[in-house]
Design a protein around this ligand. Structure first.
Ligand code: MG
Length: 238
């Protein structure tokens, strides 16, 4: 017999909002700032940002810092302008995140689902890669704090998903066993694989750039296109 669900664990990026359009617009805003220091085209700036991201990511494999925009902009300024300048780096960082946070909007049905879980005494956890500060800013922007019973970031745990430690830590904070939890996320190799390894049931949301169905260890128990489908599944399990 299947155990009742006592907690739902949610990823953030590309699970409760769409990453790519806001990221692209934020880069455009950072590019406008950068033009004062070097005249390069928007597409070249985007290419340079990606190159710096790859460099930082490869030296900080599997950790939150690998995607820390302050390190990425630092690398970009050091490579391109051949100097260190904290003012420029912070100006780029702030331009990027302020634009990003201005633009993000929750997917339809997220609040309705969180309301439903709260009314049914099902715990709500958020489990996310990236630095705690930025991810908390996103949750505050969405005004979700009042719904959340526990939160873990990969910065806090030292490893990105699918590492076991980050899932373990959230279950511990929520005080539930893995068999009574279900994970909702967009990325098979991180959200689904990580949860499955601990025997947490999984729902993969097929939205965003990383949302591809996968097999074996990365095969989700349920596939959905939106939050109302997630609610229908949980109504049957709760
Ligand atoms: Mg995600």
């Amino acid at each position: 017999m299947r155990l009742m669900i006592k907690a739902v664990l949610f990823d953030i990026d590309d699970t409760i909002y769409e990453f790519l359009p806001v990221h692209k617009k934020a880069l455009k805003t950072a590019h406008e700032v950068y033009l004062v220091y070097e005249e390069i085209s928007e597409s070249e700036f985007e290419k340079q940002f990606q190159q710096s991201w790859d460099i930082v990511k490869s030296s900080l494999k599997g950790t939150a810092s690998g995607s820390n925009r302050v390190l990425i902009f630092q690398n970009l300024v050091e490579r391109r302008l051949k100097r260190f300048d904290s003012s420029i780096i912070l100006e780029l960082y702030n331009a990027y995140w302020n634009s990003f946070l201005d633009d993000i909007t929750l997917f339809e049905g997220v609040l309705d689902l969180l309301e439903f879980l709260k009314n049914n005494n099902i715990k709500i956890g958020f489990i996310t890669d990236l630095t705690a500060f930025v991810q908390m800013r996103k949750l505050s922007k969405f005004k979700l704090s009042g719904y959340i019973d526990a939160f873990v970031s990969s910065e806090e745990c030292g490893n990105n998903k699918p590492h076991k430690i980050i899932f373990d830590r959230l279950l511990q904070k929520l005080g539930v066993s893995p068999e009574t939890a279900i994970m909702v996320g967009d990325t098979a190799s991180k959200d689904i694989a990580g949860a499955k390894r601990l025997n947490i049931r999984t729902i993969q949301l097929l939205k965003g750039i990383f949302a591809k169905k996968s097999d074996g260890e990365e095969k989700a128990d349920y596939y959905v296109a939106n939050f109302s489908e997630i609610k229908s599944i949980l109504e049957k399990l709760c």
